[in-house]
Design a binder for this molecule. Structure first.
Ligand code: Z5A
Length: 219
């Protein structure tokens, strides 16, 4: 059974405060229950995950006095960081038989830069094609939460960054794009993330079990 999970890329998506970091702990627990050795579980986050990509993350998150980060620059920085991560970490890890868990991936660019910033989705698709080609996750768990609820959780944790300080409408648009992408992706599922942590945890295990059963049936 564990062989089926070797070389698989599982991604967690959702707006702020949806519970992605929390969900990752559940995914790791589930993988360990499936007897995947800890050393074969690789965790990544976006933007970030390599030395250079983490520096790009800092640029994306910071506010530079007197210079606005243009929306298209923000988009290109997301893909620059993504290429670094995919080519240097994700692909080699998958090739070595690891299971990679991603805290955000490509759908976040469509949701935030496409939905939130309202950059043409066709342009984002073009950038996706030239930068990462057809590379994509094997399974995506999207945690769905209202921006009001998500931001309340994020605020309770501390100071908000440059993107987190956007108006609610920005996150409403991001959420709408996420939902649309997930509805049209047979390898993605949506989980109601406003429920109690234990209920969300069980829902995640159930979705992962169903995905694994599909992998087994496909042999
Ligand atoms: N971004 C982008 O614009 N374009 C892109 O292509 C990519 C990213 C890849 C990354 O920020 C930023 O980059 C993000 C999108 C943008 N910007 N914003 N805004 P980040 O990595 O720093 O932040 P994040 O990804 O949004 O994660 P987060 O704010 O840390 O949220 P989270 O990981 O989803 O939530 P959490 O830490 O698991 O939970 C939040 C709190 O809620 C915490 O105190 C938990 O204990 C609590 N929690 C979790 N689950 C529950 C339940 N079920 N009930 C109650 N409370 C809960």
């Amino acid at each position: 059974m564990s062989n089926l999970l070797a070389g698989k890329f599982i991604v967690i998506e959702g707006i702020e405060g949806a519970g992605k970091s929390t969900a990752i702990k559940y995914v790791i627990k589930w993988l360990e229950q499936k007897r995947i050795d800890q050393k074969n579980i690789i965790f990544t986050r976006e933007p970030g995950g390599t030395v250079l990509a983490e520096k790009i993350r800092d640029i994306i998150k910071m506010e530079i006095k007197g210079e606005l980060l243009q929306d298209k620059s923000e988009l290109l920085l997301m893909y620059a960081a993504r290429v670094q991560l995919i080519e240097n970490i994700i692909k080699p890890s998958l090739a070595a038989g690891a299971t990679v868990i991603g805290d955000r991936h490509n759908y976040s660019s469509f949701a935030y830069q496409g939905g939130g910033r309202q950059i043409d989705l066709a342009l984002i698709k073009d950038i996706q094609r030239v930068s990462i080609g057809d590379f994509k996750p094997d399974f995506t768990l999207y945690l769905d939460i209202s921006p009001e609820q998500g931001l309340t959780r994020a605020k309770a944790r501390g100071k908000l960054d440059r993107i987190e300080r956007q108006e609610i409408a920005f996150f409403d648009r991001s959420r709408a794009v996420f939902k649309n992408l997930v509805e049209n992706d047979e390898n993605a599922v949506s989980i109601e993330a406003e429920r109690k942590p234990k209920i969300v945890e069980l829902a995640i295990y159930q979705q992962l079990d169903q995905w694994l059963a599909r992998l087994e049936n496909a042999i």
